[in-house]
Design a protein around this ligand. Sequence first.
Ligand code: APR
Length: 317
Amino acid sequence: AYARKVAVLGAGGIGQPLSLLLKNEGKLVSKLALFDIVNTPGVAADLSHIATPVDVKGYKGTEELDAALQGAEVVVIPAGVPRKPGMTRDDLFKTNAGIVKNLAEACAKNCPKAHFLIISNPVNSTVPIFAEVLKKHGVYNPKHLFGVTTLDVVRASTFVGQVKKANPESIKVHVVGGHSGPTIVPLLSQTGLTFTDEERAALTYRIQYGGDEVVKAKDGTGSATLSMAVAGARFAVSLLKALEGEKGIVEPTFVESPVLKAQGVDFFATKVELGKDGVEKIHPIGALSKYEEELLEKCVPELKANIKKGLDFVKSA
Ligand code: APR
């Protein structure tokens, strides 16, 4: 009844396992287009042998980008560089901001009505970059642009489960704000569980800086890929189901949001109900403890600066 094409831009550490997970979604995906500047012919050939009805094609090099995007209804973007030793956050920003901007231009041209899922970091800035490029082309639809912050709630479930000696699948944590360090605001008070002050502080820190544990364990060779792929696929599958008409699907995601607009924060992550046209209903933050109010106060100026940095990058280009 449907034939949804999904494009994955960037088939590296995240993009490959993410594509593998989507290859197994034959009910939701008909075509899977893998685009990268390297590797995609081999990765696509390999994936194409898995016996599911998803048709996989690889596209390599800028000259094949248009073909990868044409007809895509969902575009997942983990292209970029992960942080490596000797690289400042600013180096990462400049490289990835440029990559995301170019990919956004191509999306505006080839599949302006698609839904865009941004994984390339720093998400707090790359999502505003994507929005600004689409705006410049007159094709921006805020209901179709998502920063993928699912990994923050995945980690939160795991870490809380460890502390509470519970199955992490039974634990749901609302995490709001942005997608790096102090902009990540876990709302442990909304879990219905009780924590000591020490547990709350340690869990909050671990959820905010969990990514660093992976960078450190990988000895500077990269950042989270497998857990990010699972988180990215979870969000993509939720969106695809919602596009098919399944009701009541709620995921956390970083979108253009009214939640803190009055404070000058234009993009913000809270739980979002997904529907046939993308963002259906943006949930509020909900009740905060004193501790969480303070976290949110620290989040706001940092997140504003990250968003502005993305917008300025496009404006000055
Ligand atoms: N177009 C498409 N793909 C690109 C481009 C581009 N212009 N530039 C780089 N890439 C590809 C690389 O060739 C590589 O295959 O993006 C892929 C990135 O893969 P990795 O280097 O393995 O990085 P990964 O761990 O997947 O992280 C990618 O996601 O979470 C973020 O912080 C992370 O920003 C980083 C991104």
